[in-house]
Design a protein around this ligand. Sequence first.
Ligand SMILES: CC(C)(COP(=O)(O)OP(=O)(O)OC[C@H]1O[C@@H](n2cnc3c(N)ncnc32)[C@H](O)[C@@H]1OP(=O)(O)O)[C@@H](O)C(=O)NCCC(=O)NCCS
Length: 170
Amino acid sequence: MTSTTITVRRARTSDVHRIRSLVAPLADERILVAKEAVAYYEGLQEFRIAEGPDGEVIGCGALHVMWEDLAEVRTLAADRRWRGHGVGHVLLEALLADAVEIGVQRVFCLTFEVDFFRRHGFEVMANQSAVDPEVYSELLRSHDEGVAEFLDLARVKPNTLGNTRMIRTL
Ligand SMILES: CC(C)(COP(=O)(O)OP(=O)(O)OC[C@H]1O[C@@H](n2cnc3c(N)ncnc32)[C@H](O)[C@@H]1OP(=O)(O)O)[C@@H](O)C(=O)NCCC(=O)NCCS
């Protein structure tokens, strides 16, 4: 089981059930935030899927655009049986390539996996200065929970407790 047997592709509607089953145990542990099925269908085009050698879905991850130069890596999850075999790595590389293609220069993430993201060029955010006050006030208009987490709003603090805010410039 090495990364050479892992392929990454765009998500399909038929993957939503599996994405939810990857997220569910992590949501129980408060590592990821679970969403309603409709949210995964609506956000499907943000998702990449990792497939094992037999075509089984062994991981997922999404890139959510927040602003002209800013996106978030979210819902990055590797099947527990495949941890440490490069699933997270190939997914994150694909999502960062998507960011470049889309025209985003900075990628944010909120995570407990600080070492993993650091090894992929992310740095711990020292403060809120990733966006200027004008963009901050525009982002406040978003209804997206991840954007609220990025802004560190009080209403999402229970979701973000213990997580580290990290950013990478591409
Ligand atoms: C973060 C996460 C996706 C990483 O997935 P993963 O598939 O285990 O990640 P990788 O295998 O690419 O990397 C893990 C380790 O395996 C090692 N590794 C990578 N490729 C390897 C390979 N081909 N063979 C053996 N080991 C390998 C790496 O050295 C890496 O070490 P590091 O974590 O110290 O950097 C996974 O831990 C996870 O699902 N976490 C829960 C959800 C989460 O916190 N997501 C992040 C916030 S959205």
